[in-house]
Design a protein around this ligand. Structure first.
Ligand code: NDP
Length: 481
């Protein structure tokens, strides 16, 4: 069984307490790796290494930092197949998805920020012939980066790349549920020649290693992606220490389909937005809202798409729908569907575990793509994040009602609008309360744009300029003329 190590001060090391956690392969239900169960002492060693490396890394010319990060991107691309296999084994997602999306995007994250820092500019404000004010941006120091299990390498590198590019050093804590790709990344960083201590990766449990990282006095900025409840606990722990904080949290994203939309495309994409990665993407469209006259067609189309997805061994190329990430998560999704039934919902597709696709996967966590109709806006199923392959479909009469339904949630991460009426598209986009609005598309991302949510979906933004600013402290220099 693969034994994962922490990455501290440029070396792969055992946790100080020699304690390990079994990492379970979701497709089989069997342990496939051992990951360090690190404690506050391991986190302290990692932070000390990062603090020691900080002055030299911050003083390293941007061009050299850029070259090193580009080298990591290259190595990710060269190791695409091995990383995709690790990602698929760790998460239960179809390997084709890991190959096509997760791993290429991890390389793209490094490339994007490695080149962005070569084009940085500063601001200057001339004050009525009296003074010149210019702004210097300096790295903040040691950044704490905490990421979830659903897109493990993609989201981890989305934090690591901007933190390092801007001259910070970092300690990352991947989810204990999916440690494999972060371990591979450690090895690639060593191969790339990243100076010791610039990036450190500590594996372990959120409540132990994660909480110790958030609390550590030498960690000046925390970038966290995960659940809203965990985000609240982190905000509470970080606030009295005045740490810079970015929180990317949960969602219950509305997918609004107007009757004038290109209906075949809207239906196909609504199903893709609901079920990609077994519905375990924070940006998934988990609430489909359809204009009354198109309702039957959308219900039928999405149910048909749900039933036609090939459920299979995640490691096989033909698989479109893999395993849920853990037994606990499978049970959570089952409970959510039971609740939907109790609330009066009609399950028109799925609603049950799927049989194991082969012998290897006999103990795996497979659940059918599920479509529920007939629920009122006040139901818990319509309000609480399920984070699994479950989508609800309801109808609306007009634009105002669509927007009211879309906004009737504590979350505000992403939304989708399907219409061929240009003016309506802009009008609705303006009125929806979410950080991202996709018009006639889903998951189309330009890494320069701000990424993040409003309301309980988070505070702060990642991506492009926002990330460069998050990881740097502005200093105003005022020169009297
Ligand atoms: P969690 O909040 O449970 O965990 C996220 C990370 O935080 C993990 O590394 C976890 O470690 C760690 N953690 C847990 N408790 C603490 C703590 N007290 N202090 C510090 N770190 C802690 O989320 P999940 O991993 O279950 O991910 C699913 C959630 O993430 C969903 O709600 C989803 O919507 C959200 N998400 C949001 C995204 C966004 O961009 N807005 C993107 C992707 C997911 P461990 O796993 O070891 O417990």
């Amino acid at each position: 069984m693969e034994r994962i190590a922490n990455y501290i001060a440029g070396e792969l090391v055992e946790p100080a307490g020699s304690s390990y956690l079994e990492s379970i392969e979701p497709a089989t239900g069997k342990a496939h790796a051992l990951a360090p169960d690190s404690d506050a002492g391991d986190v302290d060693s990692a932070v000390a290494a990062a603090a020691e490396a900080f002055p030299a890394w911050a003083a390293t010319p941007a061009e050299e930092r850029s070259k090193l990060l580009l080298r990591i991107a290259e190595l990710i691309e060269q190791n695409l197949e091995a990383l995709a296999q690790a990602e698929s084994r760790d998460t239960g997602k179809p390997i084709t998805l890991a190959r096509r999306v997760d791993i290429p995007r991890a390389a793209a994250n490094f490339r994007f920020f490695a080149t962005a820092i070569l084009h940085e500019k500063s601001e200057l404000h001339a004050t009525d012939h009296a003074a010149l004010n210019y702004t210097l941006r300096r790295p903040r120091g040691v950044a704490g980066l905490i990421s979830p299990w659903n897109l493990p390498l993609y989201l981890f590198t989305w934090k690591i790349a901007p933190a390092l590019a801007t001259g910070n050093t970092a300690v990352g804590k991947p989810s204990e549920v999916t440690p494999l790709t972060a371990f591979h990344l450690s090895k690639l960083c060593i191969e790339a020649g990243l100076p010791p201590g610039v990036l450190n990766i500590v594996h372990g449990r959120g409540g132990d290693a994660g909480a110790a990282l958030v609390a550590h006095p030498k960690v000046t900025a925390i970038s966290f992606t995960g659940g809203t409840k965990t985000g609240a606990a982190i905000a509470k722990a970080a606030a009295p220490k005045f740490k810079k904080l970015s929180l990317e949290l949960g969602g219950k994203n509305p997918n609004i389909i107007f009757a004038d939309a290109d209906m075949d495309l809207a239906i196909a994409e609504a199903a893709r937005a609901a079920f990609t990665n077994q519905g375990q993407i924070c940006l998934c469209g988990s609430r489909i809202l359809v204009e009354r006259s198109a309702y039957e067609r959308v219900v039928e189309g999405v149910a048909k798409a749900a039933k036609s997805l090939v459920i299979g061994d995640p490691m096989e190329d033909s698989t479109q729908h893999g395993a849920l990430v853990s037994r606990e998560h499978l049970e959570k999704v089952e409970t959510a569907v039971e609740l939907a039934r109790e609330e009066g919902g009609t399950v028109i597709a799925g609603g049950e575990r799927a049989p194991a696709p082969n012998e290897r996967c006999a103990g795996g966590y497979f659940y059918r793509p599920t479509v529920v109709t007939g629920l009122g806006a006040d139901c818990r199923t319509e309000r609480e994040e399920i984070f699994g392959p479950v989508v609800t479909i309801s109808s609306f009469e007009n634009e105002d009602e669509a927007i009211a339904r879309a906004n009737d949630t504590v979350y505000g991460l992403a939304s989708m609008v399907w219409t061929n009426d240009l003016r309506r598209a802009h009008r609705v986009a303006e009125r929806i309360e979410s950080g991202i609005v996709w018009i006639n598309c889903w998951m189309l991302r330009d890494l320069r744009t701000p990424f993040g949510g409003v309301k309980k979906s988070g505070v702060g933004r990642e991506g492009g300029e926002e990330a460069l600013r998050f990881f740097t402290e502005p200093k105003n220099v005022c020169v009297k003329m």
